[in-house]
Design a protein around this ligand. Structure first.
Ligand code: NAP
Length: 263
């Protein structure tokens, strides 16, 4: 079966990698793109014959598609994903920064329409394993801090991956206030963001892509679980997996680990 795909954000760093991935996958066919009005797409062979819409409603009404991929910004990605599901088009969302209320709203629409949706904070398969290993470790190591590092064009912090890692750790870790009970900051933010007593530190520098260390402290021992994405190519195997796995789904799945064969 050929999987017909609409891609939003084709000029972006993730979107242009996705264009290549779709082009190189025999089973996938790009049928339309959604982009800002008057944007010129780079000359990708796969898109030369493909319509580019700036109006998502028009795109979802006119184009017959199996899967909508969103790699944009949350302000655009959320309403577009909602519309895709309302048009019974399955959605795969890589865009980070959706609120839990927005994810809940999309879950309700997916369930009502019996249409699949996968929201993946991180498509890198190694990063998904990092999160799962962190969940395992937190049972025995409740003292944990996360350092996430991204390129300096990223606007949200902490990253979707760090937030998802915290959520997964919370499933096994006993709530604990970490550090000295009387600790204080001489410089605001020195101890990072706090969630359930855990600390998250976000670094933004040119040269970085997407990196995270989850550091567990124990009695005279440290456990560090570390993952690096050196290029956005690293996300494409997971994106491909998500497009295939969303096809039979009739609900929303948050996190690639829930469709990977590892549980
Ligand atoms: P990016 O290079 O800034 O790409 C975003 C693209 O969306 C840009 O081309 C932007 O156009 C476009 N856009 C803005 N408004 C739009 C609209 N109304 N319709 C269609 N396109 C629109 O960012 P990126 O690095 O590719 O990342 C994209 C998203 O994926 C971000 O949310 C990022 O956090 C997330 N991400 C997810 C993963 C994962 O594994 N899940 C990995 C990396 C990144 P302009 O440049 O003209 O504004």
């Amino acid at each position: 079966m050929t999987v017909k795909i609409i891609l939003a954000g084709p000029r972006g760093k993730m979107g242009s990698e996705a264009l290549n991935m779709i082009h190189n996958e025999d089973k996938f066919q790009l049928v339309a793109c959604i982009d800002k009005p008057n944007s010129e797409l780079p000359d990708f062979t796969s898109t030369t014959e493909v319509p580019v819409y700036s109006n998502a409603t028009q795109c979802f009404t006119e184009v017959e598609a199996d899967v909508y991929i969103d790699l944009t910004i949350p302000e655009v990605g959320f309403p577009h994903t909602k519309q895709a599901l309302e048009h019974n088009i399955r959605a795969v969302v890589g865009t980070s920064g959706f609120t839990s209320e927005q994810i809940q709203e999309l879950t309700t629409i997916a369930n009502e329409n019996k249409v699949g949706c996968i929201i993946a904070p991180n498509f890198a398969l190694g990063a998904v394993l990092m999160m799962l290993f962190s969940k395992m470790a937190a049972t025995y190591f409740p003292d944990v801090e996360i350092i996430e590092k991204h390129h300096d064009n990223k606007i949200d912090a902490p990253s979707g991956t760090a937030t998802k890692t915290i959520e997964m750790i919370q499933q096994t870790r006993q709530t604990k206030q970490q550090g000295h009970p009387d600790e204080y900051e001489i410089m605001q933010g020195a101890r990072g963001a706090e969630c359930d007593g855990m600390r998250v530190h976000s670094m933004r520098l040119p040269g970085l892509v997407a990196h995270q260390e989850v550091i567990f402290g124990g009695t005279s021992e440290l456990l560090t679980i570390k993952h690096d994405s050196f290029h956005r190519e690293s996300f494409m195997n997971g994106l491909k997996l998500a497009v295939n796995e969303v096809l039979p789904l009739q609900t929303l799945v948050y996190g690639l680990e829930n469709v990977m064969d590892i549980n």
